[in-house]
Design a protein around this ligand. Structure first.
Ligand SMILES: C[S@@+](CC[C@H](N)C(=O)[O-])C[C@H]1O[C@@H](n2cnc3c(N)ncnc32)[C@H](O)[C@@H]1O
Length: 284
């Protein structure tokens, strides 16, 4: 059974408000987030199922990792040499693993000696459970300590976004490129803000090179992109077929005169501005 537990999430340092709002909404999509709070700027805490925890890292553009929260406290305690948890917290841990590692993640320019904290934490875990062994290459379990200038958060790592998650689909790397294209991170967060369920259908009435379509498609949504200009529409089709499963559809047409009757659950878009603004032959 997917028993909910207290989870902690590391957010990206860019756009702090956007990062937190996106994660909270993604948790709400999966039925959680009622106790969502931000004890410090880069760390969010909420009660979630393991599915919601994994989906949050997978979906939310600005969420870097998630774990089960075992303990937290003031950073000054670990600066003065304490390990980041009480004995009972580690005694309670179900020991269904043989090897582990400890990783410290420092945020907000905090100045702690990561290696010291990692060593002391590992030593305390092995003294509580002598059968366990530290393994740095391929541990069964990873314990993480996220340390900010104010507080630390200690727990079991459940999921981390690959470092180059967006790299292959950055605007400049797509087979078809447009100067006005959105970067995939922002496009993904726009989709997340617009949908209310993992099954929501999505419309982008100003598709351009298809950044929003690609992200929505990769998250499993059925999505349709409309685009006025033929050459851009063809380019969007190239990008979509390069990255996405067949849940993405491309149609040439004018957003002012939608060429279909179908209703969509949500709209995520980046409307035309500057030189891409056109009335497509319509007068005021
Ligand atoms: C800001 S760009 C969208 C960029 C897109 N998000 C991307 O990542 O490439 C706006 C797009 O809307 C298109 N457009 C402008 N007027 C339109 C209309 N009336 N109907 C449909 N598309 C339109 C433009 O050709 C342009 O490609």
């Amino acid at each position: 059974m997917d028993e909910p537990s207290k989870s902690f999430f590391l957010l990206s340092g860019e756009h702090p408000f956007l990062s937190a709002a996106e994660l909270q909404h993604v948790l709400e999509i999966y039925g959680y987030g009622w106790d969502f709070h931000l004890p410090v700027q880069r760390v969010a805490v909420a009660t979630t199922s393991s599915t919601a925890r994994l989906q949050a890292v997978d979906r939310a553009a600005f969420t870097k990792m998630a774990g089960i929260l075992l303990s937290y406290g003031r950073t000054q305690n670990i600066e003065s040499g304490d390990v980041p948890f009480e004995d009972e917290c580690i005694d309670r841990l179900p020991v269904n693993f043989r090897t582990f590692s400890v990783e410290v993640v420092k945020v907000g320019g905090v100045d702690v000696n990561s290696v010291e904290v990692e060593k002391k934490t590992a030593a305390k875990i092995t003294s509580a459970h002598p059968g366990l062994r530290v393994c740095l290459e391929n541990p069964d379990k990873i314990f993480t300590v996220v340390v900010s200038p104010e507080a630390y958060f200690f727990g079991v790592l459940c999921s981390a976004k690959p470092r180059k998650f967006f790299q292959q689909r950055r605007a400049g790397r797509k087979p078809f490129r447009l100067p006005s294209a959105l970067q995939p991170k922002l496009a993904r967060s726009l989709v997340n803000f617009s949908v209310s369920s993992p099954d929501s259908t999505v419309l982008d009435p100003f598709g351009g090179s298809g950044a929003i379509l690609v992200e929505a498609g990769l998250m499993g949504h059925e999505v349709l992109g409309l685009e006025l200009k033929t050459w851009i529409c063809n380019g969007m089709a190239v990008n979509v077929s390069h990255y996405c499963p067949p849940t993405c559809h491309v149609i040439q047409g004018d957003a002012a005169r939608m060429p279909f009757r179908k209703a969509f659950d949500s709209v995520a878009t980046d409307p035309p501005y500057g030189r891409s603004t056109t009335l497509a032959g319509l007068g005021f």
